[in-house]
Design a protein around this ligand. Structure first.
Ligand code: SF4
Length: 457
């Protein structure tokens, strides 16, 4: 059986490669590789490091530019027509990812494909998923299409069936479900009693060999988060907070470093420092002594966990471009954020990081922007707090994620339509059309936030 694994295009007003890697799909690839004889093929519309990821002569595609910014950077984008619901949004709507000619050339080189697995991330990236599936359907009309990832996990399958020409939807963790589907389709699957989705230590390593830049690889030390913020879907995607053993995390770092010569690791945990005695402190005391590598945490760290010992270990293990989750100074918003951090803890965390060796201007702090009911004054107060702290604000746009408390409330009060219109879950659409902030206020707040960024940011 020939199986093609696909990371689809993004279609949106904005997209930036902040080490966005299809980690779930890489895990699935690792499982199929180990437990079947299927031949695997890989097609990632978003991998900026593959050949022809940019048109010839595009400066973003030069090695010099690809090597800049610690492995992050801009995607190639193709402006496209927007759906009518977005007609008043003052931004360009684009398809992000490799030029379509490159995508088609890669399809030309593939053999006949039997099964196509497509992953998905944001619910409002449905157009990118649909475009990718339609393009693949034309080439492989007889293949069976399976969609996994966030979209079928958070959105009920009945409306999705009308939007996407797919044979199977896989909700939640897909490692065992994919093997079952493949077996039903006639592939011989090896026995796998030791494979337990709720125990990530039992999973084979993700198939990192499919990524073109193995110098920056993703790492997951836990799944989910023990908090339940009203706007976050972490607990919908991961029914429990599951932690890997320190030993298994350390062994994976060792494997990636020796096998792929990886020197930068991107930690994608939602709650990396939670229960730090069990994982973070154990693993990274060992890492500090053994490896000369660096780490990044794009998902934001829980500031309340950053005591002096933790701050020092973060610094000594070269955690760079630190991002801390803060959200707001307003008590109502802190409560919707599970009280995961307060003002005092935030000040203490930044003090500890500074004592450990970080400059304040190296630290970014996430602030919520556009949460329903959030006033201009509340956002200004949060920005003032960040200014006094001397760190960089990073406005994190609220998106109503289906199934979350905030989303349900917005549907009940008629702000969002029922049944769901996935375009309405787009963060830019929500900010401009539903957040209650007007265009001028949005501009002023964004400008004010930009002024607080350190010059080299
Ligand atoms: S702490 Fe972060 S990851 Fe956890 S529920 Fe809240 S927003 Fe989500």
């Amino acid at each position: 059986m020939n199986v093609l694994l696909v990371n689809p295009y993004i279609i949106d007003f904005t997209a930036y490669d902040l080490w966005l890697r299809p980690l779930g799909l890489l895990y699935i690839a690792g499982v199929i590789k180990k437990y079947s004889n299927a031949s695997l093929y890989w097609l990632d519309a978003l991998d900026r490091f593959q050949e022809n990821a940019f048109p010839e002569g595009d400066p973003e595609g030069t090695q010099k530019n690809l090597d800049k910014k610690n492995g992050t950077g801009k995607y190639f984008r193709t402006p496209i027509e927007r759906p009518s619901i977005f007609r008043n949004i003052p931004r360009t709507y684009s398809r992000y990812g490799i030029p379509l000619e490159s995508f088609n050339e890669k399809l030309d080189k593939l053999p006949q494909i039997d099964v196509i697995l497509v992953t998905s991330l944001m619910t409002y990236w449905i157009d990118g998923v649909r475009f990718t599936i339609e393009t693949l359907r034309e080439r492989f009309p007889n293949a069976k299409f399976i969609l996994g990832g966030i979209l079928p996990t958070l959105v009920s399958h009945t409306p999705l069936k009308n939007m996407l020409n797919v044979d199977y939807f896989v909700s939640g963790y897909g490692e065992l479900k994919i093997l079952d589907i493949m077996e039903n389709l006639g592939e011989k699957v090896l026995p796998h009693p030791q494979l337990i989705e709720l125990n990530p230590d039992s999973l084979p390593y993700p198939a990192y060999e499919f990524l073109y830049n193995q110098n920056y690889l993703p790492l997951l030390t836990s799944r989910g988060c023990p908090f339940h913020c009203t706007y976050c879907a972490s607990d919908l995607v991961n029914p429990r907070f599951i932690e890997r053993s320190a030993q298994s995390v350390y062994q994976e770092i060792e494997y990636m470093h020796s096998h792929f010569r990886t020197s930068h690791f991107i930690v994608f945990d939602d709650a990396f420092l939670v229960n730090k005695q069990k994982r973070f402190l154990k693993v990274f005391k060992q890492v500090r002594e053994q490896f000369d590598v660096s780490f990044y945490t794009p998902n934001g760290l829980h500031a309340a966990e950053i005591d002096q010992e933790t701050a020092q270990l973060l610094y000594n293990c070269r955690f760079k471009m630190l991002r801390l989750s803060f959200e707001s100074t307003a008590s109502d918003i802190l409560s919707r954020s599970s009280h995961k951090v307060n003002v005092k803890q935030m000040i203490q965390a930044v003090d500890n990081l500074e004592k450990a060796g970080y400059n304040r201007n190296e630290i970014d702090v996430y602030l919520l922007f556009g949460l329903p009911g959030q006033s201009v004054a509340q956002i200004e107060a949060a920005l003032d707090f960040i200014k006094n702290l001397g760190v960089n604000p990073h406005l994190s746009l609220f998106s109503p994620v289906p199934g979350t408390k905030e989303f349900n409330l917005l549907q009940e009060t008629g702000v969002l339509s029922d049944p769901v219109n996935l375009y309405q879950t787009n963060k830019i659409y929500f900010l401009y059309s539903k957040s209650g902030l007007n265009g001028q206020e949005i501009k002023q707040l964004k400008d004010r936030s930009s002024l607080l960024l350190s010059p080299n940011h």
